[in-house]
Design a binder for this molecule. Structure first.
Ligand code: PMP
Length: 404
């Protein structure tokens, strides 16, 4: 049995009130809330083992290092990477993509092409555009159909002998569409092209096996996985990471330094310059344990029930327009009511205790393709309940009638 009420008691923030209403937190796509055990893990490092990692012979430093490296192994196991050498800690998805754009980008030449999709988050667009300031890089964009699914015929037609990378989200943060990543990777590989998967919106909603997907790079953020903020992961195939030059220079990433010549550390440390966020990395382990103890597939099933239930109720509201109706989508609902402004809907919902996201969701090219400026977005996580879905619908009906 999925006991959502007992699980909710692990998240103190869910007891909060907003404007005198019980908080209904439906902004999980932006960040998920954090269970007590993760906060306690952070506290434990600060109170008992805080010391810089990989630096000292003393006990605390060794314990702190062991905690960090245990998380690396936990992440490896969680995504079924071959080796911990392939797990790089970053500040988040954004930094992981910037790392690849900078370092893998160094290997590209003027006139090379990268395939993106129209549903990418700015984090998977702008780093490639910045690379374009150093070299002439052509971005080819895969369009979507009216359900919010990628046009796979167009995708296949975009490859040519200048294509050097595909960078695509596993799940859209606006539409909830789950892209056919495995098929897309196979297609890219048949053209000799590696694939970077932005897994920020997939990792806490489905089992991810990087070897089964055969992904070349896979990136995600801890704060969307019930974990601490400030930590992310870049998974990269060893042969690619070995070919790539370092991203940033500093301590930790070197072999030997002199003013004439510097050598670099072995993987994964070559890409981890400076003191990492070792406290949060240690606690990230607890978040992964917590999530897996409940079961990612069971969480997804629960979220999916809420998605189906809420979508049906929403469709009864006059003027409801839902963006993203792909079969099997994740529990993200982007919508507008008639021509009402998304900001007004979001602000009024907040007054009723319902936290949703409004705006372009860092996906302005997608908004342009949809012919809108923004949407309201409600998204579910493991701790949301049917009662909250009902409260959201009731609030939405009220807002809809207030706006006329
Ligand atoms: N990609 C996608 C699909 C996202 O949803 C997000 C977060 N909204 C990001 C990238 C960026 O993640 P972060 O801000 O944690 O680096």
């Amino acid at each position: 049995m999925y006991d959502v009420n007992s699980l909710r008691s692990d998240f103190p923030i869910l007891e909060r009130q907003v404007y005198g209403h019980p908080l209904v937190y439906l902004d999980n796509t932006a960040t998920t809330q954090t269970p007590r055990c993760v906060v306690e893990a952070i506290e434990n490092v600060y109170y008992n083992t805080k010391a810089n990692v990989h630096r000292g012979v003393h006990t605390l430093s060794q314990e702190a290092t062991d905690l960090q490296e245990a998380t690396r192994e936990r992440v490896r196991e969680f995504i079924n990477a071959k080796s911990t050498e392939e797990i790089i800690f970053t500040r988040g998805t954004t930094e992981a993509i910037n790392l690849v754009a900078s370092s893998y980008g160094d290997l590209l030449e003027n006139g090379d092409e990268i395939i993106l999709t129209v549903m990418e988050h700015h984090a998977n667009i702008v780093p490639w555009q910045l690379l374009g300031r150093r070299k002439r890089i052509i971005l080819r964009i895969v369009p979507i159909n009216e359900k919010g699914e990628l046009d796979m015929v167009a995708y296949r037609s975009l490859f040519n002998d200048r294509t050097k990378l595909v960078a695509v989200c596993h799940v859209s943060n606006v539409l909830g569409t789950v892209n056919p990543i495995k098929e897309m990777i196979a297609e890219a590989h048949s053209n000799g092209v590696p694939v970077l998967v932005d897994g920020a919106q997939a990792i806490s909603h489905m089992k991810v096996d990087v070897q089964d997907l055969n992904a070349d790079f896979y990136v995600f953020s801890s704060h969307k996985m019930y974990g601490p903020s400030g930590v992310g992961v870049l998974y990269g195939k060893k042969y690619l990471l070995e070919m790539m030059p370092p991203y940033q220079g500093g301590g930790e990433m070197i072999g030997q330094v002199s003013f004439d010549h510097t050598t670099f550390a072995a993987l994964p440390f070559k890409f981890e310059a400076g003191t990492p966020d070792f406290v949060d990395i240690a606690a990230f382990h607890t978040a992964i344990d917590y999530m897996t103890s409940i079961g990612v597939e069971r969480i997804a099933e629960h979220e999916h029930e809420l998605l189906t239930y809420t979508t049906e109720k929403m469709m009864e509201i006059p003027g409801m327009r839902i963006f993203g109706t792909a079969p099997g989508k994740c529990a993200v609902i982007s919508f507008l009511i008639g021509n009402e402004h998304h900001y007004d809907i979001g602000m009024l919902l907040d007054k009723l205790g319902v936290a949703v996201r409004t705006g372009h969701h860092c996906a302005q090219p997608l908004m342009s393709a949809l012919g809108i400026e923004g949407t309201v977005r409600a998204s579910f996580a493991m701790y949301n309940t049917k009662a909250e879905a009902d409260a959201f619908i009731a609030a939405l009906r009220r807002v809809s009638s207030m706006l006329g």
